[in-house]
Design a protein around this ligand. Sequence first.
Ligand SMILES: [Zn+2]
Length: 277
Amino acid sequence: MFACLADRLRRVCMMTIVQDINDFLEAFAPSRLAEDWDNVGLLVGDPTQTVRRVMACLTVTPASTAEAIRENVDLIVSHHPLPFHPLKRLTTESIPGRMLWQLIRAGVSIHSPHTRFDSAAMGINQRLAEGLGLVNIKPLVPADDDPDGLGAGRYGDFDVPLSLVECSARLKQFLSIEGLHAVGPYDRSIRRVAVACGSAGSFLGAARRNSCDLLVTGETTFHTCLDAEGAHVALLLPGHFASERFAVEVLAKVIAEHFADIEVWPSRDEADPLRWL
Ligand SMILES: [Zn+2]
């Protein structure tokens, strides 16, 4: 009865709770799009907790954890999941354990959309493909029987073929970065492009099957670079952070637009751990 009364009171006062944001994110990036190995949704917290302040981030790190606690955040929406692996103990003796301990003590919930957001209709890969200026955008690996025809990664075409250097310039501008790694061929004009954010060298085969001239992914291994070169598929590798962080900023805006009563921002303290020296 008390729970029922509390629920009615909340609706009268129009307070947002963690479950409301879960429901919104589930509609925006449905769980059916998550990869089997992933760990998504509300991973830490209390669905009935009132939310006034939300911080979006790419990853829960010591820096983003400190920011969340300092800023009295109620909910972190972290693209990368924490916890990701099953936990047998939760102590401050490991870095993830310490962050979780600190966040739980501070009453901070964690929601992670991860591969749901990668693959969503207006998710990271769709935005990357649109940001590059591709048209006729389709899933690179369609999900089986998805009612909306969605799936992992995207590929599409340029109206007018570009050189690899021109593609690189567009990507750098879209992601606001100064440099990236590239694998040739450098002399071929590029018409069809595959995009897969994060660490998605495993999509090289799908890019080849769809006759893509170029695969854009955040990062991959040396041997995948050799495989791509051998297969005459160019690669642009802007870095894992850059390939996804722009979308965290978008996600913060999307949540803020839907929930007028809460303050939402993308983490100001998280940064790419990789630097060029
Ligand atoms: Zn990632």
